[in-house]
Design a protein around this ligand. Sequence first.
Ligand code: BEZ
Ligand code: FE
Length: 307
Amino acid sequence: MRSVPENVTPEQITAQVLASFDDAPQDRLREIMHSLVSHLHAFVRDVELTEAEWSGAIEALTATGHITDDRRQEFILWSDSLGVSMLVDALAHPVPSNATESTVLGPFYVANSPLRESGESIAEQAAGTPAWVHGRVLSLDGAPIAGAELDVWQNGDNRLYAVQDPDAPDDHLRGRFATDADGRFAFRAVRPVPYPIPDDGPVGRMLQATGRHPWRPAHIHIVARAPGHRNLTTHIFDADSDYLERDTVFAVKPGLVRTFQPRAADDPDRPAGVQEPWVSLELELVLAPGDPDGEPDGEIVDRGRTH
Ligand code: BEZ
Ligand code: FE
């Protein structure tokens, strides 16, 4: 008969699990698994996790799997609402940098938005106060980047992204725009509004149980891509929005907060087709250098459609 340890103490359990990864062939994977097990076991000890609490955690993870599909990504919502997404972002993009700051992608990105003409509207139906968004994309040295792509998406005044809204056309409030020879871009959007992250699943139950709110401040999402530069995944936040100081996913950076300038209906610069008061937003997006000969780097994962 083979021998098994007589008294399995908590310390021995942790040591056995750590040792089980000692022969993992990839150094990085071994490092990650050792650290994960060390911290996970330390956490269980620290809070003296009860069996009922352990069951509750398994139920929350199971519910997370059940509610996630190709239109809803509850795992990313956990990452966002626990600040992990922003921590990974901060480690990947250390400050200081003179490039425009990055922030979370969020769960509402949908790949292959329509390519639109400069100046075109991304709103395919009424969606709020018109917003004229224009500016330039520049390298760190201030040189304009011609042919950069801006992939933009946002919510409308019903608080919903098109992927959440069964009444909206698929391409509503999203589009891709190219910069001209001077690095300039322009598009018609609408003024975004604050909105709650999806809170009818396990993340919402965590927020409710811990007395947290689900709200995000108003913002427009932009992914900027240009050959020879790093992809920039960011938001532009409305300086007049509620929740700037208490974003539920911790994604506000002061450098990303901008004023949407109120403009009168009869302002001579008003964009074609706008009859009502509107707002304008001027932006300079500065991209960090990447591989000079390569494609824009950094993978953007299509996180599926959430509603
Ligand atoms: C968003 O900005 O679309 C978003 C980001 C994180 C969680 C939920 C939504
Ligand atoms: Fe958003």
